[in-house]
Design a protein around this ligand. Structure first.
Ligand code: IMP
Ligand code: MG
Length: 181
């Protein structure tokens, strides 16, 4: 096992159970609405794939790319939207999906860009939210935090189930702490 993989924080079984519950809940919330899932690449891929299959019901799927982390440090958020994105989002019930909510900058950047395209409704789901000592102050005109959270976790750097450290470890089936030398 690579030395960077530390303690397992959430097992594959615990993830699977929570994802099934979320899928059932979202299926009820979005019944008869045909939402557009907007997935933030790349960290949400395993979560998205499992969630979609736990959620019977019609939906569309779109991808945006947001990058901010450099190693374990957040930086400026770089966002890339598909060029023909506006007509896929305007007037639709949009659910943005990300792997983890830390400072909230990524989700805020994505939501601001989507809001400008005038969806009928914009909600957010993250697999993980870090418990931080001083949560970010709410920004006027934006939503304060995710509408749904898979797991609340301690404020430490996590890898696995989509989450990376310098591009590695996304393929671990569980969530683990990063162990640094
Ligand atoms: P935020 O913009 O500070 O909320 O950070 C969210 C983004 O940073 C996520 O989409 C992740 O890509 C990345 N990120 C934040 N914390 C971690 C972590 O513990 N492990 C891996 N990626 C993280
Ligand atoms: Mg990310």
């Amino acid at each position: 096992m690579p030395p960077e993989i530390g303690d397992i924080l959430i097992t594959a079984e615990a993830i699977a159970q929570r994802v099934r519950n979320l899928g059932g809940e979202l299926a009820r919330v979005y019944a008869d609405r045909q939402p557009v899932l907007v997935a933030i690449m790349k960290g949400c891929v395993p979560f998205l794939a499992d969630l979609m299959r736990a959620w019977p019901g019609p939906m569309h799927l779109e991808f945006v790319t947001a990058e901010s982390y450099h190693g374990t440090r957040p930086g400026q958020v770089r966002l890339a939207l598909p060029t023909d994105f506006a007509y896929r989002v305007a007037g639709r019930h949009v659910l943005v999906i990300d792997d983890i909510y830390d400072t909230g900058a990524t989700l805020r950047t994505v939501c601001d860009a989507l809001q400008a395209l005038e969806p009928a409704d914009l909600r957010t789901l993250v697999l993980l939210r870090k418990r931080v000592a001083s949560p970010p102050a709410p920004v006027a005109g934006t939503r304060p935090g995710p509408d749904w959270v898979g797991f609340e976790i301690e404020d430490r750097f996590v890898i696995g189930y989509g989450l990376d450290y310098n591009g590695l470890y996304r393929n671990l089936p569980y969530l683990a702490a990063l162990r640094q030398a």
